[in-house]
Design a protein around this ligand. Structure first.
Ligand code: UD1
Ligand code: UDP
Length: 358
C-alpha cells in the first residue's frame, strides 16, 4: 500500500510550518512519512526544531547539504526522484519557498504525484529574490494551495488558479507560536544571554543584505546607529556570519552575535525585545502576533498583512535608527488586531482538506 502523505522539509523555516500539519494528520490517523532533504544540517538549524516542536524523526534524510542554487536543487531532485519512484505517495506536501520546496514540486509533478503547497500565493513581486521564483513555480505545479492570507488568495486567483484548489486556512507558523507561548521564558533567556531589560534583537540572512561586502558594511553602519540607543543581540544565521564579521558588525561594544537559537529560546528572546530588526519572513509574522515592533530591512515583503494587521514596517538601512526610535515612541496598542485566521488552527484546517482530498 502506498503511503498516503509524504511531507518534504529541508530548511529552518519549514519545520515550524510542518509541525502542526503533521500533528493534525496524525490525529486523523493518516499514514504519513517525513522527508528531510538536508538543505539545513547544523544541529541548531535543524535537529533542535525536531526536538522542540515534537516533529517525528525524519524517515529519510537525503543529506544534500549546501551548494549553488542549481547544484542544491539538482541534488534534492535526484534524491527525491529515486525515493518517490519507490514510495509513490498519494499526496506530497511542501512548505514555504525554499529550494527544497521547489525541487520536491518539480519531481512530484513529473511523476504525476499530486502536490499540496502550504503557504501558497505569497508574492513580493521581486524576482531578484530566489524565494519568489520558488513560490511562482511551486504554486503553478500544485493541486492543493493552502493560503495564509487573503492577499495570497487574490494573487493565485489573478494567476488563473481555479477557486476550488485554493484553500484559505490561516497560518501554521502561528499555530506553532501559539502552541508554545507558555514556554517562552523572557527572564531566562535574558539571563542566559546577559541582556538588560531593554534590548533589540536582529536576524539578518538575506543575500541582498549580507552577501556583498558593500551591503554588509552598510548594514553594520545601520545596526551600529541603532545600538547607540539599545544593545543589539544577533542570533547569527550561518550565511551572514563571516561577511558581517568582516564588515565590522560585531566590533561595536553594544552589538553581540550569538549562535542560532532553538525555537523556544529564539521566541523567548523576541518576546522580551523592545523591537526586532529583521529580513526574515517568519519573524515578520511572529512579531505581528506577539505585538513587538518589527523593522524589516527589505524593499518589499510577500507578507503585507504583517504591515496592515501587524507591527511590521519596511525600512531602508539608512533610516533604521530613526524608525526604531519612532516605533518605540508610539504607545503599544492595548490589543493587537491579528490577521484573519491566524488563530492556531491552520494545521487542523489543512488536515481536513487533505483528508477529504485523499
Ligand atoms: C535558505 C532559504 C531562504 C530561507 C533561509 C532560512 C533558499 C533559496 N533559501 O537560505 O529562503 O530564508 O534558508 O534560514 O532555499 N549553512 C550552514 N549550516 C546549515 C545550513 C547552511 O553553515 O545548516 C551555510 C552554508 O554556508 C550555506 C549557506 O549557509 O552555503 C546558505 O544556506 P542555503 O540553505 O543555501 O540558503 P540560506 O541562506 O540558508
Ligand atoms: N528562528 C529560530 N532561531 C533563530 C532564528 C530563527 O528558531 O535563531 C526561527 C523563527 O521562528 C523563524 C524561523 O526560524 O520564524 C525561520 O526563520 P528564518 O529567518 O531562518 O527563515 P525565513 O522565514 O526568512 O525563510
Amino acid at each position: 500500500m502506498p503511503v498516503q502523505v509524504l511531507h518534504v522539509t529541508g530548511a529552518r523555516p519549514n519545520f515550524p510550518k510542518a509541525a502542526p500539519v503533521v500533528r493534525a494528520l496524525r490525529d486523523r490517523g493518516i499514514d504519513q512519512r517525513l522527508i528531510h532533504t538536508g538543505q539545513h544540517y547544523d544541529e541548531r538549524m535543524s535537529d533542535v526544531f525536531f526536538r522542540q516542536l515534537g516533529l517525528p524523526e525524519p524517515d529519510v534524510n537525503l543529506g544534500v547539504g549546501s551548494g549553488s542554487h542549481a547544484a542544491q536543487t539538482a541534488a534534492i531532485m535526484t534524491g527525491l526522484e529515486a525515493l518517490l519512484l519507490e514510495e509513490r505517495p498519494r499526496l506530497l506536501v511542501v512548505y514555504g519557498d525554499v529550494n527544497s520546496t521547489l525541487a520536491a514540486a518539480l519531481v512530484a509533478a513529473k511523476l504525476e504525484i499530486p502536490i499540496a503547497h502550504v503557504e501558497a500565493g505569497l508574492r513580493s513581486f521581486n524576482r531578484a529574490m530566489p524565494e519568489e521564483i520558488n513560490r511562482l513555480v511551486t504554486d503553478r505545479l500544485s493541486d492543493l494551495l493552502f493560503a495564509t492570507s487573503p492577499d495570497a488568495v487574490a494573487h493565485l486567483a489573478s494567476e488563473g488558479v481555479a477557486a476550488d484548489r485554493i484553500h484559505f486556512v490561516g497560518n501554521p507558523m502561528i499555530d506553532t507560536l501559539l502552541a508554545n507561548l507558555e514556554q517562552f521564558d523572557v527572564a531566562g533567556i535574558r539571563a542566559a544571554v546577559r541582556l538588560p531589560e531593554s534590548y533589540l534583537v536582529a536576524t539578518l540572512h538575506r543575500p541582498a543584505n549580507v552577501d556583498d561586502p558593500g551591503d554588509a558594511a552598510e548594514l553594520a553602519k545601520a545596526v551600529h546607529a541603532a545600538a547607540e540607543d539599545l544593545p543589539v543581540v544577533i542570533p547569527i544565521h550561518p550565511r551572514g556570519r563571516a561577511s558581517l564579521a568582516a564588515a565590522g558588525m560585531f566590533d561595536h561594544p553594544q552589538v553581540r552575535a550569538v549562535d542560532p537559537l532553538g525555537y523556544i529560546e529564539f521566541l523567548s528572546l523576541v518576546r522580551g525585545a523592545a523591537a526586532v530588526i529583521t529580513d526574515s519572513g517568519g519573524v515578520q509574522e511572529e512579531t505581528t502576533i506577539l505585538g513587538i515592533p518589527c523593522l524589516t530591512l527589505r524593499p518589499d515583503t510577500e507578507r503585507p498583512v504583517t504591515i496592515t494587521h501587524g507591527t511590521n514596517e519596511l525600512v531602508e538601512r539608512s533610516e533604521l535608527a530613526t524608525a526604531i526610535r519612532a516605533a518605540l515612541g508610539r504607545p503599544r496598542p492595548a490589543e493587537t488586531v491579528t490577521p484573519p485566521l491566524w488563530d492556531g488552527r491552520a494545521g487542523e484546517r489543512i488536515a481536513r482538506v487533505i483528508t477529504s482530498a485523499l
